[in-house]
Design a protein around this ligand. Structure first.
Ligand SMILES: Cc1ncc(C[n+]2csc(CCOP(=O)(O)OP(=O)(O)O)c2C)c(N)n1
Length: 324
Protein backbone atom coordinates (compact mmCIF):
# COMPACT_ATOMS: atom_id res chain seq x y z
CA UNK A 1 0.00 0.00 0.00
CA UNK A 2 1.42 3.39 -0.98
CA UNK A 3 0.37 6.39 1.04
CA UNK A 4 0.24 9.84 -0.45
CA UNK A 5 2.30 12.57 1.24
CA UNK A 6 -0.16 15.26 2.26
CA UNK A 7 0.92 18.88 2.66
CA UNK A 8 -1.69 21.04 4.34
CA UNK A 9 -1.28 24.82 4.36
CA UNK A 10 -2.76 27.54 6.55
CA UNK A 11 -4.92 28.46 3.54
CA UNK A 12 -6.35 24.92 3.45
CA UNK A 13 -7.17 25.21 7.11
CA UNK A 14 -8.72 28.65 6.78
CA UNK A 15 -10.83 27.69 3.79
CA UNK A 16 -12.17 24.40 5.08
CA UNK A 17 -15.30 24.74 7.19
CA UNK A 18 -15.06 23.95 10.88
CA UNK A 19 -16.72 20.63 11.62
CA UNK A 20 -15.88 20.71 15.31
CA UNK A 21 -17.50 23.95 16.36
CA UNK A 22 -16.75 26.52 19.04
CA UNK A 23 -19.10 27.05 21.95
CA UNK A 24 -18.24 23.78 23.69
CA UNK A 25 -17.55 23.62 27.43
CA UNK A 26 -13.85 22.74 27.48
CA UNK A 27 -11.50 24.43 29.95
CA UNK A 28 -9.26 27.27 28.83
CA UNK A 29 -6.04 25.87 27.40
CA UNK A 30 -7.55 22.45 26.59
CA UNK A 31 -5.32 20.91 23.91
CA UNK A 32 -7.65 17.95 23.18
CA UNK A 33 -10.24 20.35 21.73
CA UNK A 34 -7.54 21.85 19.48
CA UNK A 35 -6.75 18.31 18.36
CA UNK A 36 -10.40 17.59 17.53
CA UNK A 37 -10.72 20.79 15.53
CA UNK A 38 -7.57 19.94 13.58
CA UNK A 39 -8.68 16.38 12.91
CA UNK A 40 -11.93 17.60 11.43
CA UNK A 41 -9.99 19.92 9.10
CA UNK A 42 -8.27 16.90 7.55
CA UNK A 43 -11.26 14.76 6.60
CA UNK A 44 -11.81 14.01 2.93
CA UNK A 45 -15.59 13.62 2.59
CA UNK A 46 -18.65 12.20 4.35
CA UNK A 47 -17.51 11.06 7.79
CA UNK A 48 -19.14 9.54 10.85
CA UNK A 49 -17.51 10.10 14.23
CA UNK A 50 -18.06 7.92 17.26
CA UNK A 51 -16.72 8.93 20.60
CA UNK A 52 -16.22 7.22 23.93
CA UNK A 53 -17.26 8.83 27.17
CA UNK A 54 -14.61 11.20 28.44
CA UNK A 55 -13.89 14.92 28.60
CA UNK A 56 -14.12 15.49 24.87
CA UNK A 57 -17.50 13.82 24.58
CA UNK A 58 -18.87 15.59 27.63
CA UNK A 59 -17.76 19.09 26.68
CA UNK A 60 -18.92 18.77 23.07
CA UNK A 61 -22.36 17.26 23.47
CA UNK A 62 -24.24 18.69 26.43
CA UNK A 63 -27.88 18.38 25.40
CA UNK A 64 -29.39 20.25 23.58
CA UNK A 65 -26.10 21.55 22.15
CA UNK A 66 -23.44 19.89 20.05
CA UNK A 67 -20.11 20.94 18.58
CA UNK A 68 -20.25 18.23 15.94
CA UNK A 69 -21.20 19.30 12.44
CA UNK A 70 -20.99 15.69 11.19
CA UNK A 71 -23.02 12.59 12.15
CA UNK A 72 -21.74 11.72 15.62
CA UNK A 73 -22.49 8.90 18.02
CA UNK A 74 -21.65 8.83 21.67
CA UNK A 75 -20.76 5.42 23.03
CA UNK A 76 -19.76 3.94 26.38
CA UNK A 77 -16.31 4.45 27.90
CA UNK A 78 -15.06 1.07 26.66
CA UNK A 79 -16.67 0.76 23.22
CA UNK A 80 -15.42 3.41 20.78
CA UNK A 81 -13.75 0.80 18.55
CA UNK A 82 -16.66 -1.66 18.83
CA UNK A 83 -19.02 1.13 17.75
CA UNK A 84 -16.76 2.01 14.83
CA UNK A 85 -16.75 -1.68 13.76
CA UNK A 86 -20.54 -1.75 13.75
CA UNK A 87 -20.82 1.51 11.82
CA UNK A 88 -18.32 0.35 9.23
CA UNK A 89 -20.06 -3.03 8.84
CA UNK A 90 -23.43 -1.29 8.45
CA UNK A 91 -22.03 1.04 5.79
CA UNK A 92 -20.65 -1.95 3.89
CA UNK A 93 -24.02 -3.72 4.06
CA UNK A 94 -25.87 -0.62 2.86
CA UNK A 95 -23.44 -0.22 0.00
CA UNK A 96 -23.90 -3.83 -1.03
CA UNK A 97 -27.65 -3.30 -1.13
CA UNK A 98 -27.21 -0.11 -3.15
CA UNK A 99 -28.69 1.94 -0.33
CA UNK A 100 -25.68 4.14 0.41
CA UNK A 101 -25.90 7.41 -1.41
CA UNK A 102 -22.18 8.18 -1.03
CA UNK A 103 -19.39 6.33 -2.77
CA UNK A 104 -17.54 6.09 0.53
CA UNK A 105 -18.07 7.17 4.15
CA UNK A 106 -15.13 7.42 6.55
CA UNK A 107 -15.41 6.32 10.16
CA UNK A 108 -13.42 7.88 12.99
CA UNK A 109 -13.43 6.61 16.57
CA UNK A 110 -12.14 8.96 19.26
CA UNK A 111 -11.23 8.15 22.84
CA UNK A 112 -9.04 9.43 25.64
CA UNK A 113 -6.21 7.48 27.22
CA UNK A 114 -8.51 5.77 29.72
CA UNK A 115 -10.81 4.77 26.86
CA UNK A 116 -7.88 3.44 24.82
CA UNK A 117 -5.02 2.10 26.95
CA UNK A 118 -7.26 0.63 29.61
CA UNK A 119 -10.99 0.00 29.43
CA UNK A 120 -11.32 0.40 25.66
CA UNK A 121 -8.33 -1.75 24.75
CA UNK A 122 -10.16 -5.03 24.29
CA UNK A 123 -12.64 -3.47 21.84
CA UNK A 124 -9.79 -1.71 20.01
CA UNK A 125 -7.60 -4.80 19.72
CA UNK A 126 -10.55 -6.85 18.47
CA UNK A 127 -11.70 -4.26 15.94
CA UNK A 128 -8.28 -3.90 14.34
CA UNK A 129 -7.72 -7.66 14.35
CA UNK A 130 -10.99 -8.02 12.41
CA UNK A 131 -9.61 -5.49 9.94
CA UNK A 132 -12.37 -2.89 10.08
CA UNK A 133 -11.64 0.12 7.92
CA UNK A 134 -11.61 3.04 10.36
CA UNK A 135 -9.31 5.56 12.00
CA UNK A 136 -8.96 5.41 15.77
CA UNK A 137 -7.74 8.66 17.33
CA UNK A 138 -6.37 8.51 20.84
CA UNK A 139 -6.17 11.98 22.38
CA UNK A 140 -3.80 11.37 25.25
CA UNK A 141 -4.06 13.80 28.16
CA UNK A 142 -2.39 11.17 30.30
CA UNK A 143 -5.06 10.60 32.95
CA UNK A 144 -8.82 10.13 33.41
CA UNK A 145 -9.51 13.84 33.42
CA UNK A 146 -13.28 13.77 33.15
CA UNK A 147 -13.70 12.03 36.49
CA UNK A 148 -11.07 14.00 38.39
CA UNK A 149 -7.55 13.11 37.22
CA UNK A 150 -7.07 9.40 38.00
CA UNK A 151 -3.98 7.61 36.65
CA UNK A 152 -4.28 5.57 33.48
CA UNK A 153 -2.01 3.25 31.51
CA UNK A 154 -0.98 6.39 29.63
CA UNK A 155 0.09 8.37 32.69
CA UNK A 156 3.89 8.67 32.78
CA UNK A 157 5.89 7.28 35.69
CA UNK A 158 6.32 9.90 38.39
CA UNK A 159 3.22 11.95 37.54
CA UNK A 160 0.99 12.87 40.46
CA UNK A 161 -2.70 12.11 39.96
CA UNK A 162 -5.50 11.66 42.50
CA UNK A 163 -4.93 7.89 42.48
CA UNK A 164 -1.13 8.17 42.37
CA UNK A 165 -0.64 11.16 44.67
CA UNK A 166 2.92 12.30 45.31
CA UNK A 167 3.56 12.32 49.04
CA UNK A 168 5.23 10.33 51.75
CA UNK A 169 3.85 6.96 50.58
CA UNK A 170 4.65 7.18 46.84
CA UNK A 171 6.40 9.71 44.58
CA UNK A 172 3.61 9.83 41.99
CA UNK A 173 2.72 6.99 39.60
CA UNK A 174 5.00 3.98 40.04
CA UNK A 175 4.55 2.39 36.61
CA UNK A 176 5.77 3.37 33.16
CA UNK A 177 3.60 4.71 30.36
CA UNK A 178 2.37 1.83 28.21
CA UNK A 179 3.82 1.96 24.66
CA UNK A 180 0.36 1.90 23.11
CA UNK A 181 1.33 2.94 19.57
CA UNK A 182 3.97 0.18 19.39
CA UNK A 183 1.37 -2.27 20.66
CA UNK A 184 -0.86 -1.19 17.78
CA UNK A 185 2.00 -1.70 15.30
CA UNK A 186 2.30 -5.22 16.70
CA UNK A 187 -1.28 -5.81 15.51
CA UNK A 188 0.16 -5.57 11.97
CA UNK A 189 -2.29 -2.93 10.81
CA UNK A 190 -1.52 -0.74 7.79
CA UNK A 191 -1.05 2.59 9.53
CA UNK A 192 0.03 3.75 12.99
CA UNK A 193 1.35 7.22 13.83
CA UNK A 194 2.03 9.62 16.67
CA UNK A 195 1.25 13.34 16.45
CA UNK A 196 1.30 16.57 18.42
CA UNK A 197 -0.93 19.64 17.94
CA UNK A 198 2.16 21.90 17.85
CA UNK A 199 3.17 20.14 14.60
CA UNK A 200 -0.29 20.64 13.16
CA UNK A 201 0.60 20.10 9.50
CA UNK A 202 2.07 16.73 10.38
CA UNK A 203 -1.04 15.92 12.45
CA UNK A 204 -3.40 16.76 9.59
CA UNK A 205 -1.36 14.77 7.08
CA UNK A 206 -1.43 11.76 9.40
CA UNK A 207 -5.20 11.98 9.87
CA UNK A 208 -5.66 12.03 6.10
CA UNK A 209 -3.29 9.11 5.59
CA UNK A 210 -5.04 7.15 8.31
CA UNK A 211 -8.35 7.71 6.54
CA UNK A 212 -6.98 6.82 3.13
CA UNK A 213 -5.44 3.48 3.96
CA UNK A 214 -7.70 0.50 3.57
CA UNK A 215 -8.11 -1.18 6.92
CA UNK A 216 -7.54 0.00 10.47
CA UNK A 217 -5.41 3.03 11.31
CA UNK A 218 -4.36 4.30 14.72
CA UNK A 219 -3.28 7.84 15.57
CA UNK A 220 -1.84 8.65 18.99
CA UNK A 221 -1.94 12.38 19.73
CA UNK A 222 -0.42 13.94 22.84
CA UNK A 223 -2.90 16.49 24.19
CA UNK A 224 -1.91 18.51 27.27
CA UNK A 225 -4.56 19.20 29.91
CA UNK A 226 -3.76 22.20 32.14
CA UNK A 227 -6.17 21.03 34.87
CA UNK A 228 -4.66 17.56 35.13
CA UNK A 229 -1.09 18.56 34.42
CA UNK A 230 -1.30 21.53 36.79
CA UNK A 231 0.25 23.60 34.02
CA UNK A 232 -0.19 27.11 32.72
CA UNK A 233 -3.21 27.11 30.43
CA UNK A 234 -1.36 29.37 27.98
CA UNK A 235 1.37 26.75 27.54
CA UNK A 236 -0.49 23.66 26.33
CA UNK A 237 0.80 23.97 22.78
CA UNK A 238 4.29 24.79 24.10
CA UNK A 239 4.26 21.53 26.08
CA UNK A 240 3.08 19.72 22.92
CA UNK A 241 6.28 20.97 21.32
CA UNK A 242 8.61 20.33 24.27
CA UNK A 243 7.41 16.73 24.55
CA UNK A 244 8.70 16.18 21.03
CA UNK A 245 11.91 18.20 21.36
CA UNK A 246 12.89 16.28 24.50
CA UNK A 247 12.02 12.94 22.82
CA UNK A 248 9.54 12.20 25.60
CA UNK A 249 6.93 11.93 22.83
CA UNK A 250 8.71 11.39 19.50
CA UNK A 251 6.80 11.74 16.26
CA UNK A 252 6.80 8.81 13.86
CA UNK A 253 4.64 6.72 11.62
CA UNK A 254 4.65 3.05 10.77
CA UNK A 255 3.27 2.26 7.32
CA UNK A 256 2.75 -1.49 7.04
CA UNK A 257 5.02 -1.88 10.06
CA UNK A 258 7.87 0.20 8.60
CA UNK A 259 8.80 2.88 11.11
CA UNK A 260 9.95 6.33 10.06
CA UNK A 261 10.46 9.52 12.03
CA UNK A 262 8.54 12.72 11.30
CA UNK A 263 9.28 16.46 11.44
CA UNK A 264 11.26 17.53 14.55
CA UNK A 265 12.01 13.94 15.55
CA UNK A 266 13.62 13.35 12.17
CA UNK A 267 15.76 16.47 12.66
CA UNK A 268 16.83 15.40 16.14
CA UNK A 269 17.89 12.00 14.79
CA UNK A 270 20.19 13.80 12.34
CA UNK A 271 21.38 16.42 14.84
CA UNK A 272 21.25 14.90 18.34
CA UNK A 273 22.56 18.14 19.89
CA UNK A 274 19.06 19.53 19.23
CA UNK A 275 17.56 17.04 21.69
CA UNK A 276 16.57 18.93 24.82
CA UNK A 277 16.77 17.59 28.39
CA UNK A 278 13.53 16.16 29.76
CA UNK A 279 13.55 18.77 32.53
CA UNK A 280 12.67 21.41 29.90
CA UNK A 281 9.38 19.56 29.44
CA UNK A 282 8.73 18.46 33.03
CA UNK A 283 9.36 21.75 34.80
CA UNK A 284 6.35 23.98 35.13
CA UNK A 285 4.00 21.01 35.21
CA UNK A 286 2.65 20.74 38.76
CA UNK A 287 2.14 16.99 38.37
CA UNK A 288 5.95 16.60 38.25
CA UNK A 289 6.84 19.30 40.81
CA UNK A 290 7.89 16.76 43.47
CA UNK A 291 10.49 15.28 41.08
CA UNK A 292 12.51 18.48 41.41
CA UNK A 293 13.19 17.98 45.14
CA UNK A 294 16.63 16.65 46.22
CA UNK A 295 14.99 13.47 47.58
CA UNK A 296 13.61 12.59 44.13
CA UNK A 297 16.63 13.54 42.04
CA UNK A 298 17.10 9.88 41.11
CA UNK A 299 13.58 9.78 39.64
CA UNK A 300 14.34 12.73 37.42
CA UNK A 301 17.53 10.98 36.30
CA UNK A 302 15.56 7.80 35.67
CA UNK A 303 13.04 9.76 33.58
CA UNK A 304 15.90 11.00 31.39
CA UNK A 305 17.49 7.57 31.15
CA UNK A 306 14.25 5.78 30.20
CA UNK A 307 13.40 8.51 27.67
CA UNK A 308 16.86 8.07 26.10
CA UNK A 309 16.51 4.29 26.02
CA UNK A 310 13.08 4.47 24.36
CA UNK A 311 14.43 7.01 21.84
CA UNK A 312 17.36 4.72 20.98
CA UNK A 313 14.99 1.81 20.51
CA UNK A 314 12.84 3.94 18.20
CA UNK A 315 15.90 4.97 16.17
CA UNK A 316 16.77 1.30 15.77
CA UNK A 317 13.22 0.54 14.58
CA UNK A 318 13.63 3.32 12.02
CA UNK A 319 16.88 1.78 10.87
CA UNK A 320 18.92 4.73 12.10
CA UNK A 321 22.27 4.04 13.68
CA UNK A 322 22.27 5.54 17.14
CA UNK A 323 24.11 8.82 17.52
CA UNK A 324 24.61 10.41 20.94
C1 LIG B 1 -17.64 1.44 32.65
C2 LIG B 1 -17.39 2.85 33.09
N1 LIG B 1 -16.55 3.08 34.12
C3 LIG B 1 -16.33 4.33 34.55
C4 LIG B 1 -16.96 5.38 33.94
C5 LIG B 1 -16.72 6.78 34.44
N2 LIG B 1 -15.91 7.55 33.54
C6 LIG B 1 -16.45 8.33 32.59
S1 LIG B 1 -15.32 9.15 31.72
C7 LIG B 1 -14.07 8.47 32.63
C8 LIG B 1 -12.64 8.87 32.39
C9 LIG B 1 -12.30 9.09 30.95
O1 LIG B 1 -10.89 9.18 30.84
P1 LIG B 1 -10.18 9.26 29.47
O2 LIG B 1 -10.63 8.19 28.57
O3 LIG B 1 -8.72 9.33 29.74
O4 LIG B 1 -10.70 10.63 28.84
P2 LIG B 1 -10.58 12.12 29.46
O5 LIG B 1 -11.76 12.32 30.34
O6 LIG B 1 -9.28 12.24 30.15
O7 LIG B 1 -10.66 13.01 28.27
C10 LIG B 1 -14.56 7.60 33.59
C11 LIG B 1 -13.73 6.86 34.56
C12 LIG B 1 -17.84 5.09 32.87
N3 LIG B 1 -18.46 6.08 32.20
N4 LIG B 1 -18.03 3.85 32.48
Amino acid sequence: MATQEWKFTTKDIAEKPDLFLSGHRACAGCAPTVVLRLIMKAIRGPTIVTQATGCMEVVSSIYPYTSWAVPWLHTAFETAAANASGIEAALKALKKKGKLKHEHVDVIAIAGDGGTYDIGFQALSGAVERGHDFLFVLYDNEAYMNTGIQRSGGTPKGAATTTSPAGTAIPGKLEYKKPIADIMVAHEIPYVATASPYYWRDLLAKVRKGLEVEGPAFLHVLAPCPRGWRSDQAKSIEYSRLAVETCVFPLWEAVNGQYQLSVASKLIALAPQKKRPVTDYLQGQGRFRHLFTPKNKHLLEEFQRVTDERWQRLLAKCGITAKT
